[in-house]
Design a protein around this ligand. Sequence first.
Ligand code: ADP
Ligand code: MG
Length: 321
Amino acid sequence: MTSRKTSASAPPDLAVEIKALTKIYSANGQGKRALDGIDLSIPRGAIFGLLGPNGAGKSTLINILAGLVIKTAGHARIWGIDIDGDPRNARAAIGVVPQELNLDSFFTPRELLDVQAGLYGVPKAERRTGELLELMSLTEKADALARTLSGGMRRRLMMAKAMVHSPPVLVLDEPTAGVDVELRLQLWSTVRALAAAGTTVLLTTHYLEEAEELCRTIAIIDEGRLVACDETQALVRKVDEKKLSLTLIAPVTELPAALRAMGLALEAPDRIVFHYKPSRAQVGEVLAAVAAAGLAIRDVSSEETDLEDIFLRLTRSGTAS
Ligand code: ADP
Ligand code: MG
C-alpha cells in the first residue's frame, strides 16, 4: 500500500473532499457533537489552513481522515479515494503529524524512519530515508538517539515519519502550538519547502497569524461547524477596510454628485460614511472634497477591522447557526 497505486491515474483536483461530516462522541450516554455537518474541499497543491479555537473540532476532523476516529455520518475522500470504500488506500494517500508528539526515544532518526517505512510496506529499494532526513535538516543527527534531539528536530522527525510512504497529502495538527518564535519560523519554512516540492499540506492552527502567513486558503470552524472558507487574500481584503464617519454641523437631504462619485454615502442626515481601503484611498482627499462641497464637519471618526475582529465575529457562540 504505497502511494504508487494512487498516483497511477491523473491526480485529482481536490486533495481532500469532505461532505456533511459529523462526529458525535458518546461518553456516559451523553453525546458530544464535535463535528456538525462539515463540507470542505481542499484543492490539490495548497497549503490549506483549518483555523479554529480550542475545542472547535479540528483534531477530530483530522483524525477521521487519518482513520483514527470513526465518523458518525458523512463522507470523506482523500486524493479521490473514499475512506469507507477503500480505507487502506485512503490511508496510504495521507500522512498525519499528530498534535501530541510521541516519539520512541530509543531509536535514532534513521532507524525510526526505516521502521515506519517497513510498517507501510515500502520496499527497501524505494525507501527515502536519506532524502527525508536531508529535507528535514536532520542528516547530522541521523544516527543520534531521538531523545537527544531538540524540540524542533523532534517535530521535523515527526514530519519525516509521516512522509515515509510518500503521501500526496500531509496533515499537520497544530504544528507550532506552544513552540517559541524561532522554531515556529523554522517550521514554517519547512512547510513551505514541502508544499513547493508538490505536497498538499493541510494544517490546523488556532493562530490567526500562522494561517495568514502560510495558507493560500483558510477554513474557519467553530463548535463543529464551518463558519468561513475563503482564499486568504480574500479574507485579508475584507480586513483591509476602514470605515470613516463624518458628522456634519448642518444636516443635508442628499449628497452632492461629486461626493457620491467618490463612494461616500449618507447614513443619516448629519452623517456621511465612507468605506475605504487604507492601502489605497487618501482620507485627505475625501475630507478636502467634502469641504469643497460646502459641508462643514463637526466630527471625524474611523473604525478598523482586522483578521482578529473577523475571527472573533465569526466564532462568537451562536453566530454559526
Ligand atoms: P480541537 O482540535 O479543535 O481543539 P477537538 O477535535 O480535539 O478540537 O475536540 C472537539 C470537541 O470534541 C471538544 O469539545 C472535545 O472536548 C471533544 N472531544 C474530543 N475528543 C473526544 C473524545 N475522545 N471523547 C469525547 N469528547 C471528545
Ligand atoms: Mg486539536
